[in-house]
Structure formats: structure tokens, C-alpha cells
Unconditional design. Structure first.
Length: 332
């Protein structure tokens, strides 16, 4: 996260970003983190924020450094810079020359208060034209104007698909979550988690797999929304610590390992089995909001502190299955 600064100030921004933010990750720390990630075998470097493109030359240097290690490089942007086709192609050209391979563009009703959907589609066109993989992420709540369908049916989007039929462009809807476990959004049917769909909830594939360097240098053990509000997800500062040391520290934390194999929804359900007044069904659509509940609700924390030992064997078995079980291995 090169900066927390953003051109927009969306309600419920997961990183608490806004135009008045002035936190910037120094370039030396950014490059140090990228070099260490390359040494550790990380596959992808993602520049997000805040609005990562505000980092200008430092962003380009970061992309170049990650690309020089042969790592896939992605940026996440609100496309504020794609004010016309010429500007969109100019910025995309700079990113591609630096080594960018993928771009995620965020939109939805909140984003569109600050950046028109047309910008996002212009940026997507320029990206596809330059051969990048592009993903348009659309915020999802119950009542909204911008949906996946709206983007798909946008004449300019259809024109992109017709003009570049083999392009790698996708649209993905993602629940828009408040940064508090007690503020609840309304979502379309079937999006929130409850006992009937709990079996579909898998382990968190970000924790202990994705490491985030935040704009203030704090290392976090996942790329979850709300990490700025969950002290336990912060590990140390990239100024003083190596990425490998931070990753190792995170890997020794039982709750993080439990989240990796079961995910926050199943942990919440387990906690409510121990204490029936812990309500959770049909409250959360985004798993990071369920995770905030685990980390911030004193009752859930108390249940975890008191009873987590009963889950140790399950977690260890799941980890063994995850990392060591080979169904093709022959039994003698
Ligand atoms: S565009 Fe993204 S980073 Fe910026 S305020 Fe909105 S949600 Fe936050
Ligand atoms: S569910 Fe929790 S651990 Fe996973 S990404 Fe979200 S905040 Fe991080």
C-alpha cells in the first residue's frame, strides 16, 4: 500500500482512505519488501491503497522492481486518472512499460460518487488494448444502481468485448462491508452466511499467504479489509523487521492457522455453539466483517480463549491434509 491517500472518500472504505490522508510508504521500504518477497518465493506483488497510482514515480519504480524479479504485478485502482481515452492509454502505457501484468478496477455506487463508471470502462479498454488482464470489481449491497449486469450491458463494455474477443477481462461482484461488526448492510438473498450455507465457507486463503505492507510500514498477515482496526493482524514494521521474520511470527499464531483452515464464519458458528447468545446468522456477507467480529467482540474472544484447545487436533489434521496429504501416494 504505497499510500492511504485516495481521490475518493467512499463510506465504509476498508482501508480508511480519503483525500486528506498523508501517509506514504517510503520508496526504500517498498523496494526492500519487494526484494524480500521475491527471495521468499512470493508469486504476485499487488499495489493497492488508498489509490496506489497517486504514488506516481514510486509506483513505477515498485512495478519495475517486482517485474525484474519475474513476479506477476497487479495494481488496484479506482481509475480516477482515466478521464479520457488519451489519458487512460498514457497511464496504462506507463504501467505496462514498467512491467505491470494485471489491473483491478473498483467501482460501485460508493466509488461512482467520486469516479464515474465511464472512467473505469475507459481504463479497462486501455488495459485490454495493451494486453493486460483486467478485473472490474463491483461493490454489492441490496439496493444499488451499479451491478455486474449494468457494467456488462454498458455499450462501451460490450464494444470492448467485441473489439477484443480474446481479451482477459472479467467482472466480479464483492460484498461491500461496513468497518464494524455491528453495523449491518442489507444484501441480496443468499449472500449472507447462515447454518444452511456454512458448509460452503472455506478457510481464509489470504491469511498466512498474503502479506501486506501498509502505507505506514506496518506489516499485516493478510490483505483483509479492516486490518487497520485489528491489532492482532499487524505484525511489525518493515522498517525494523524482515518479511520472513514477520511471516514466521504470524505462522506461530493458532487463531491465524485456524482462520486459514476453517475461515471466520465457521469459527463464529463454533463460538455460538458454546455461547448461544452470540448471534451471527444472516449478518455477514463479507468474511472480513465476520473476522472483525471474532477479533473485536469480547464474548467471542472469551469463548476462543477458553475453549480453543478443543480445536487444536482439527486444525493440525486440516493442515496436514492441506500441506502433506498426497492422494496419489501408494500405500505399501
Ligand atoms: S476508492 Fe477505494 S481506497 Fe479510495 S476511498 Fe473508495 S474504497 Fe477506499
Ligand atoms: S477473513 Fe480475516 S484473516 Fe481472512 S483476509 Fe479477512 S481479515 Fe484477514
Amino acid at each position: 500500500m504505497p499510500t492511504y491517500k485516495c481521490t475518493a472518500s467512499c463510506e465504509h472504505c476498508g482501508t480508511l482512505s480519503h483525500p486528506r490522508e498523508t501517509t506514504w510508504l517510503p520508496i526504500e521500504q517498498m523496494l526492500k519488501a519487494i526484494d524480500e518477497a521475491a527471495d521468499l518465493g512470493y508469486n504476485v506483488v499487488v499495489f493497492t491503497g488508498g489509490e496506489a497510482t497517486l504514488a506516481g514515480q514510486n509506483l513505477l519504480k515498485g512495478i519495475e522492481r517486482a517485474s525484474s524479479h519475474g513476479i506477476t504485478v497487479r495494481i488496484v485502482s479506482n481509475a480516477h486518472w482515466a478521464t479520457n481515452d488519451r489519458m487512460a492509454e498514457r497511464r496504462i502505457g506507463e504501467f505496462v512499460r514498467a512491467g505491470l501484468t494485471e489491473i483491478n478496477l473498483s467501482t460501485g455506487d460508493q466509488h461512482a460518487r467520486f469516479v464515474p463508471l465511464d472512467n473505469v470502462i475507459r481504463a479497462a479498454r486501455a488495459a485490454v488494448k495493451a494486453g493486460l488482464r483486467a478485473m472490474i470489481m463491483v461493490e454489492t449491497v441490496l439496493e444499488r444502481i451499479i451491478t455486474k449486469e449494468v457494467v456488462e450491458n454498458h455499450p462501451e463494455f460490450q464494444d470492448i468485448c467485441n473489439q477484443f474477443p480474446s481479451s482477459k477481462i472479467n467482472i466480479l461482484e464483492s460484498p461491500w462491508m461496513p468497518l464494524s461488526p455491528s453495523t449491518l448492510n442489507k444484501y441480496p438473498d443468499g449472500v449472507t452466511v447462515n447454518r444452511s450455507n456454512l458448509a460452503l465457507c472455506k478457510g481464509c486463503d489470504s491469511i498466512l499467504t498474503t502479506t501486506t505492507i501498509q502505507a505506514d510500514g506496518q506489516i499485516a498477515a493478510c490483505c483483509g479489509l479492516g486490518m487497520r482496526k485489528i491489532p492482532e493482524l499487524k505484525l511489525d514494521s518493515i522498517r525494523e523487521t524482515k518479511l520472513a521474520t514477520a511471516d514466521q511470527t504470524a505462522g506461530e499464531d493458532f487463531l491465524k492457522r485456524w482462520l486459514r483452515v476453517e475461515g471466520p464464519e465457521r469459527i463464529l458458528a463454533w463460538a455460538s455453539d458454546h455461547k448461544s447468545n452470540i448471534e451471527w446468522e444472516n449478518m455477514y456477507a463479507h468474511r472480513c466483517q465476520a473476522c472483525m467480529r471474532i477479533y473485536t467482540d469480547p464474548e467471542v474472544r472469551e469463548v476462543i480463549a477458553k475453549h480453543h484447545k478443543e480445536k487444536i487436533a482439527d486444525v493440525l489434521l486440516s493442515e496436514w491434509l492441506m500441506f502433506h496429504y498426497n492422494p496419489l501416494a501408494q500405500v505399501n
